[in-house]
Design a protein around this ligand. Structure first.
Ligand code: PLP
Length: 418
């Protein structure tokens, strides 16, 4: 990881002057903890006790049999507390906040997963917590808003712009500018201004550290390939970093192909060659933008991949050819998800199902003597409505109708049982 915050031409720290002290303090503390083995040790212990780490590396026997190719292993980030890799970063940054003697943390959230993880660690460490979320996203993802509030978070709706993730990030930065003496900003993915890409990748590196050790123990050799889905880039960098020096290990990131490359309805900033270099939200990278440089609305069946920018670290690794970036469409993703469920008894998150779809498509390229790792970034319980709709489940409509009726009865003071 670079020290000055640049990865080739990407990255940097494009922030208003008023935020300089906050970023300098954060950078200094980050440098400190990177050299402090005791910090990493207590981070690991905290995750072991609270989140069940290390997560297993599961041999997917029936998927392997189905394809008749390489042995397939799944890194089980879905088994983390709160169901995804996001807690690794939120917990690490809460410990960092404590070390900097902050009493409050703030976060942006899009789909709400990072907001929930941040609310959880705030409750665990006794910190005040405010989460910024676009009002459009609040409506789309209310279940997560509900959980954040129950964990004691203040959720502030953002009405600016398209009322989604990028607007929430701007609002969180504004809050930080006026409150950094008491407040740490827990950014949720490996993008944003320096040092966030490096900081988030640092905490998520625990995924790859474990996976590398586990595969060596189970197989006695390194995997031929490692697959991960790419939203902002944190779970991908989390699993990739440990394998980066092993040049024979191919690293493949899968972006959200949405409805496909010609539809404009996707979030593939790199794979479709449609993202353009720009500076937004404090960093330089590839963004999906129009001719005038305005960010365009992205679309994916997976809310967590639905973002206009991508980690500057990944942009650079892709350009260097160290990481290959592909995309999977919504349709491929639903098929892959269904296959994983019936062959392995596991529900991947729609985000993670992109990694499966990308891997399945080209799995025949590897031989039976190879093994591959797919990073299962999270579990799919949260996606129940979207999966049901995507797969066109009929019984589901009746179920929803019944719930609506019950709700209307409850609102009118009727028990609904008559
Ligand atoms: C948020 C999320 C992602 C995408 O974020 P990255 O920073 O790219 O990892 C992927 N999978 C799951 C389950 C998520 O919740």
């Amino acid at each position: 990881m670079s020290r000055n915050g640049y990865y080739g031409p990407y990255g940097g720290m494009f922030i208003p002057e008023i935020l300089y002290p906050a970023f300098h303090e954060l950078q200094a503390t980050f440098t400190e903890i990177q050299q402090d083995a005791v910090f990493w040790q207590s981070y690991q212990e905290s995750l072991a006790n609270f989140s069940g780490r290390p997560t297993p590396l599961t041999y997917a026997a029936r998927l392997t049999e189905y394809f008749g190719g390489p042995r397939i292993y799944l890194k089980r980030e879905d088994l983390n507390h709160s169901g995804a890799h996001k807690l690794n970063n939120a917990l690490g940054q809460a410990m960092l906040a404590k070390r900097m003697k902050k009493t409050r943390i703030i976060a942006e959230t899009g789909a709400g997963q990072h907001g929930v993880a941040t609310a959880i660690v705030a409750a665990k460490f006794g910190l005040h917590v405010t989460v910024y979320m676009g009002s459009e996203d609040i409506e789309r993802q209310y279940a997560n808003v509900f959980w954040m509030k129950r964990f004691g978070a203040e959720v502030i709706p953002v009405e600016a712009g398209s009322r989604t993730l990028k607007d929430a990030i701007n609002e969180a930065l504004r809050d930080w500018a006026s409150n950094f003496e008491t407040t740490h900003y827990v950014l949720g993915t490996a993008s944003g201004p320096h040092p966030f890409p490096a900081l988030v990748a640092f905490f998520q590196s625990i995924i790859g550290k474990e996976a590398r050790e586990q595969i060596l123990q189970l197989e006695g050799k390194l995997p031929k390939r490692v697959y991960a889905c790419v939203g902002g880039g944190s779970n991908a960098l989390g699993v990739f970093q440990a394998f980066m020096p092993d040049e024979a290990v191919e690293l493949i990131g899968i972006e959200a192909g949405g409805e496909g490359p010609t539809t404009g309805k996707h979030a593939a900033r790199l794979a479709y060659g449609q993202g353009r270099i720009g500076i937004a939200q404090g960093y330089k990278s590839f963004f999906l933008q129009n001719e005038d440089g305005q960010m365009v609305d992205t679309y994916s069946i997976a809310a967590g991949l639905d973002y206009t920018g991508v980690s500057p670290v990944l942009a650079h690794l892709a350009e260097q050819g160290r990481v290959r970036i592909e995309a999977a469409t919504n349709e491929e993703v639903l098929q892959a998800l269904q296959l994983v469920m019936v062959r392995e008894g596991i529900v991947p998150a729609l985000e993670s199902a992109h990694a499966f779809a990308g891997a399945f498509r080209e799995i025949q390229q590897c031989s039976q003597n190879d093994c591959v790792i797919i990073n299962l970034s999270g579990r799919g319980d949260k996606d129940i409505f979207t999966i049901a709709e995507g797969l066109g489940d009929e019984g589901w409509k009746a179920f929803i109708q019944r719930k609506n009726t019950q709700y209307q009865h409850a609102c009118s003071g009727d028990s609904g049982k008559a």
